[in-house]
Design a binder for this molecule. Structure first.
Ligand SMILES: [Zn+2]
Length: 304
């Protein structure tokens, strides 16, 4: 099913090691590997002397110490946050306290839609609900630092507040969890929304940056082509859902079994939510129907 995306899982950065990956761009890996985080969260340092940090990462003493060590003798002027999942933003308070840097992001965490009964617990488990930026960024806003220029690129879908950041001097884009070389992005309602996610992919496919540096794993090369393969992959998944529903009504576990072959059992819950994201979108477009609001427990059928 995912053979259509030219994944690249090559990534051998050890935790705490600082690596220069482009002129004026360094990266450092947090030691929080897992099924959703791959080898761990990657934090980036942009510039030299007066620098910006993109995604301080989890609230992990060792990673925060390594990050501060990497910028010893320099001034951190800005902290950019791609989104408010717990593997990206909870390191902000410690880095801000140590550096006094200005924290910039799209905004606090918020779901992509209003919540159904029972969804609150899941939100609190994965989200950094305490995060507040010093300054909210709008789509297209440009921040000029000492020798670097960063454009905020609103990319909702993985979360409602997801921002990518384009570094103009190096013509590259920090893509957060929206586009990653090792895996597709998780789009899980109510944090995520498939219609937003697809629109954000279309937006990136029209941009000129050839290289993306994501929140997990290594660089995305030939990025516009890679983004188009992501789009085709989701269109293919939508077709698979519709094909299964053409044989009769089905619930989400049935759809997951029909669509995800050889799924890592640890990802079954995420796969169910990803299918829900497609179903919400298909219901909104009037292509399929369910009783009441689309929910994880619902049964779905073709409309009409
Ligand atoms: Zn992440």
């Amino acid at each position: 099913m995912s053979d259509d995306i030219p994944f690249d899982r090559a990534f051998d950065l050890a935790p705490d090691r600082v690596e220069e990956i482009a002129p004026g761009v360094r990266r450092i890996l947090a030691d929080n590997p897992g099924p959703f985080t791959f080898k761990g969260t990657v934090s980036y340092i942009v510039g030299s002397g007066k620098v910006a940090i993109i995604d301080p990462g989890p609230d992990d003493d060792r990673h925060i110490a390594a990050l501060l060590d990497a910028v010893r003798g320099e001034t951190v002027t800005h902290i950019f946050v791609t989104h408010t999942h717990r593997d990206h933003s909870p390191g902000v308070p410690a880095i801000k306290a140590a550096t006094g840097a200005l924290v910039l992001a799209e905004g606090p965490h918020r779901p992509a839609r209003s919540l159904h009964i029972g969804e609150t617990a899941r939100l609190e488990a994965s989200n950094d609900l305490d995060f507040r930026p010093d300054r909210k960024l709008a789509d297209g806003e440009v921040i000029v630092g000492a020798g670097w220029t960063i454009e905020a690129v609103a990319t909702p879908g993985h979360t409602a507040n997801h921002m990518a950041y384009a570094l103009r001097e190096a013509r590259l884009l920090f893509s957060g969890d929206h586009v990653m070389a090792w895996s597709t992005s998780i789009v899980a309602p109510p944090d995520g929304a498939m219609s937003d996610y697809m629109a954000s992919l279309e937006k990136l496919a029209r941009r000129s940056e050839e290289t993306y540096f994501p929140g997990h794993g290594g660089a995305v090369r030939d990025a516009p082509g890679f983004v188009r393969s992501y789009i085709r992959h989701r269109q293919g998944r939508e077709s698979s859902i519709l094909h299964r529903l053409s044989k009769g009504a089905a619930d989400i576990p049935t759809l997951v079994r029909a669509i995800y072959i050889g799924l890592d059992p640890r990802l079954a819950g995420a796969a169910g939510l990803s299918v829900l994201a497609h179903l919400e979108d298909l219901v909104a477009r009037g292509i399929i129907a369910t009783e009441g609001a689309p929910s994880i427990a619902g049964t779905y059928r073709l409309a009409g």
